[in-house]
Design a protein. Structure first.
Lengths: 283, 581
């Protein structure tokens, strides 16, 4: 039986622009074979072997579900007319979706994994930040500050950059980062995970930027470079399913957001792609 | 030549995981045994480490990491693990924190013999034989003869069948290889997965060194043909069945061993004095190693100290001068004219060959390694913790200067170590207090982003550094001190109440007694070392109430925050303090 919590989630399967007219996209969702099609009359359809599945188009992606999903979370910035919106790339990763979410929330790896892009030694400190869960059950990590060697294309020296992270859905993480062109607004970068099975994910890199300078291919290239660096780490992480027992690994203060994320998944009762605290853990 | 006995059915015993020649200095090798991923790396002293291939923090393979020669650095968050002990020595996300002793990876027993690196999973957390003690390496030989009986490993190869299928073929393979290379050949198996085994042939005996490259190539071809034949199921017995190799019986006991679950003792350590020498006028240096048969000493973080237990109730803290990778502990002891028995006893009575009891290293003077530039200022014997820091910074190539103030040239301790620091170390001789003051003013003239100061020495000198740094504009969380003793006159006159939040107990601290005294009287265990507010060992979280701080360990900013207290000397400004105990 499929985990009912995972079954009832909307999951982003494919960028709608990449599913042209009369094209089909066959994949698996939570291990179940599914197929998405663009209808001749316009619109999209999704089905598994035995039935039709609900489908919506949001934020440039097609979302479907094997169950009965609640309405999808909101990204208000998506509706601002001057935003540049694109799928900067979809990459398959040989690990669970929650491992990908947790890595996205982590700043401590910037100097080591994204060297000279998002961080640089010796400036490795993760200062204390806030983590709250709002009334809607979304996780917000705020006042996150990290040293960035080259915060903008034309920056010559490093600076402390502030980030806000949001987890509105067990398989989605969103980053808000003040934009170079207009410090009063935030660039929005999302990671939408499609759990192919418990230990395989497809990661969609969603960009919603205030940027009149960079080319679309430049933005894609940067985002794919960053995620490619993460992918090599994620695929070498054991176990592949995220252990929810706080004693299974060694969390430190800097991991506050991941501690809250793991606790949140435990409270939701999610079973897919995780190792529950009550399951015996081999190591 | 003898080889360790094997028991494939029980998954017990010693097996090879790499050729000695694979574990090259500076490199990191991934290996696998009984379904468990292992990381294998050799330190600059030649010792080989075999650990579970997962970082304690987030489970990323350590085999992606960097071998610094003394530490293995995780690729994900830069956690550093010391050679031999496996203790985590530094967590870059929290540069101001000293990782706890309990942050220590499981380590596996290692033995080099016959040109191979051998290990056993017996006793490892997560293994079939968890909770047992691993047997010592079962072949007796001269431990310095890593090559065993002049063995030469031939090409090793993974064969995708189970050990059961392979074992019956081994004699034939051994004979064919013996004939081919012109030397006696032994074949050792490294079980990897239920359906994969690394076959490791060795040329042994007197003719082994004569085996040449063309013979090695020919042996590799023969082995490759052997692997193809076995994998295709055309084994000599013809009973090979592709499905049976994954049978449950054979798969039993395969799985990952865990980096977690190692119990790290925090009790006392028994060491032997292996060297004692006069390193400067009035300063004697000691070197300690574990007593015979005891495990290696825990890894040392720069800034750490140990307590030497002179007698049951006489205990003296000494900073360790160790650089990264040192497996012996080194301390310097200055003869104090008014010695209460500590330094005089160390000078006069302790000699090479003696056994001493010491505490685990404790780090209350941790070194931030995220500075662009670090200024180390030492006065006299205060150089000891700074030597450990200087060697650590030198090893990573960080910017730093060590300024060492001494009375005269004869007072320079550990001159050999100072010399290795080259232009990073400056010794200042024979300055009077005014001259020292001027020098300090010039050293501390420029605070700035990414600059840190560490100072250890006599109280008046540290007070001068504190005042100079403050007037030059250094934020007080960038200037770190270690005092030998607390120069303040302690005021023990007040009476107040303490409440313990975890155990919900309340006690009164009367005049003349310290919080620490009262806690001990009531059986509440709190670690303490100097007991005079200098070392910081006894600092506990303060949840409510205002402390009357009398220590010299906490910075002014930390004192003002009122969130922690050194219970050996500090008291209460309010009627009641709530401690997190």
């Amino acid at each position: 039986m499929i985990d009912p919590v995972a079954r009832d989630l909307w999951c982003a399967i494919v960028a709608s622009a990449e599913l042209g007219p009369r094209r089909r996209f066959a994949t698996r969702l939570l291990g179940v074979p599914i197929e998405l099609t663009a209808e001749t009359a316009g619109g999209f359809a999704a089905r598994s072997s035995d039935r039709h599945l609900p489908v919506i188009e949001r934020y440039g992606y097609l979302w479907t579900s094997l169950g009965d999903p609640v309405p999808l979370f909101d990204i208000p910035e998506y509706d601002e007319p001057d935003r540049r919106i694109l799928n900067a790339g979809t990459l398959q990763v040989a690990t669970s979706a929650p491992r990908c979410v947790e890595n996205f929330l982590d700043m401590g790896h910037f100097p080591y994994v994204h060297t000279d892009l998002l961080g640089a030694e010796p400036h490795t400190e993760v200062r204390d930040y806030r983590v709250d869960t709002d009334a809607g059950g979304e996780i917000w990590a705020t006042e996150c500050v990290f040293y960035q060697p080259k915060a903008a294309a034309n920056a010559t020296e490093g600076q402390l950059t502030e980030y806000t992270y949001r987890v509105p859905h067990p398989y989605v993480a969103i980053l808000y980062k003040s934009c170079a062109e207009d410090p009063t607004r935030n660039d929005v970068i999302g990671l939408f995970l499609h759990p192919v099975d418990a230990e395989t994910s497809r990661a969609h890199n969603f960009l919603c930027m205030v940027d009149s300078v960079n080319t679309e291919s430049g933005m894609r290239h940067f985002q794919q470079l960053i995620f490619g660096q993460d992918k090599s780490i994620l695929e070498n992480q054991l176990p592949k399913r995220l252990p929810l027992d706080p004693r299974a690994e060694t969390p430190i203060r800097a991991d506050k957001s991941s501690i809250v994320y793991r606790r949140h998944l435990t409270e939701l009762g999610l079973r897919y792609g995780v190792i529950r605290p009550d399951e015996s853990v081999a190591g | 030549m003898n080889l360790p006995p094997v028991d494939y059915a029980a998954n017990r015993g010693w097996y090879p995981v790499a050729a000695s020649a694979d574990a090259v200095a500076g490199h990191v090798v991934a290996g696998r045994l009984w379904g468990s991923d292992l990381v294998i790396w050799r330190d600059d002293n030649g010792a080989v480490n075999v650990w579970p291939d997962r970082c304690l923090h987030r489970g990323v393979r350590l085999s992606l990491g960097t071998n610094t020669g003394t530490e293995l650095v995780c690729r994900y968050h830069g956690w550093r693990y010391a050679t031999v002990a496996g203790s985590c020595t530094y967590i870059p996300a929290h540069p101001d924190n000293a990782p706890a002793q309990s942050m220590c990876t499981s380590t596996l027993p290692v033995h080099e013999y016959a040109g191979l690196v051998w290990t056993t999973l017996d006793g490892a957390p997560g293994s079939v034989a968890v909770g047992t003690s691993p047997e010592p390496f079962p072949v007796e030989h001269d431990v310095n003869d890593h090559a065993g009986s002049a063995a030469v490993p031939l090409w090793a190869m993974t064969v995708n069948v189970g050990t059961g299928t392979l074992e019956v073929e081994l004699d034939g393979l051994r004979k064919a290889l013996t004939k081919l290379v012109g030397a006696e050949v032994a074949v050792v198996l490294q079980p990897v997965d239920p359906d994969a085994v690394v076959v490791r042939p060795l040329a042994v005996g007197e003719a082994a060194p004569a085996v040449d490259v063309s013979a090695l190539d020919a042996a590799a071809e023969l082995l490759s043909a052997f692997a193809r034949r076995i994998e295709s199921g055309a084994g000599a017995n013809g009973d090979y069945d592709g499905n049976s190799r994954r049978s449950a019986t054979e798969a039993r006991g395969y799985g990952q061993v865990s980096p977690h679950g190692r119990t790290v003792s925090t009790g006392l350590l028994d060491v032997e004095v292996v060297a004692k020498w006069e390193t400067a006028d009035g300063i004697v240096a000691f070197e300690f190693l574990p007593v015979e048969g005891a495990p290696p000493l825990p890894a040392v973080q720069p800034g750490a100290h140990i307590d030497v237990h002179m007698t049951a109730d006489l205990l003296r803290p000494y900073s360790l001068t160790n650089g990264p990778g040192d497996t012996a502990y080194r301390i310097g002891v200055k003869r104090e004219p008014d010695s209460r028995g500590g330094s005089a006893a160390m000078h006069d009575f302790v000699t090479v060959g003696d056994r001493l009891t010491i505490s685990h290293p404790r780090n209350t003077f941790p070194l931030r390694r995220d500075a662009d530039h670090t200024l180390l200022i030492a006065g006299g014997i205060g150089v000891t913790p700074l030597l450990a820091m200087a060697q650590t910074l030198a090893a990573t190539g960080a910017g730093f200067e060590l300024h060492y103030f001494v009375r005269g040239p004869g007072h320079v301790a550990f001159a050999d170590v100072i010399q290795t620091l080259g232009p990073h170390a400056v010794v200042h001789h024979g300055l009077d207090p005014a001259g020292t003051g001027e020098e300090l003013a010039s050293l501390l003239a420029e605070p700035g982003f990414g600059r840190q100061v560490y100072a250890c020495g006599p109280g008046p000198m540290l007070d001068a550094i504190r005042a100079t740094a403050r007037s030059a504009g250094w934020p007080d969380d960038t200037v770190h001190f270690e005092y030998f003793q607390n120069p303040n006159d302690l005021d023990l006159d007040s009476t107040f109440e303490i409440a313990l939040s975890r155990t919900a107990r309340t006690f009164t601290v009367p005049a003349g007694e310290t919080i620490l005294d009262v806690l001990r009287t009531n059986g509440v265990a709190v670690e303490a070392s100097c007991e005079q507010g200098a070392c910081g060992t006894c600092v506990v979280p303060l949840l409510d109430g205002r402390a009357d701080h009398q220590d010299v360990y906490l910075s002014d900013t930390q004192k003002a925050t009122q969130d922690r207290i050194a219970v050996c000397v500090s008291r209460a400004e309010t009627e009641r303090l709530v401690l997190e105990l």
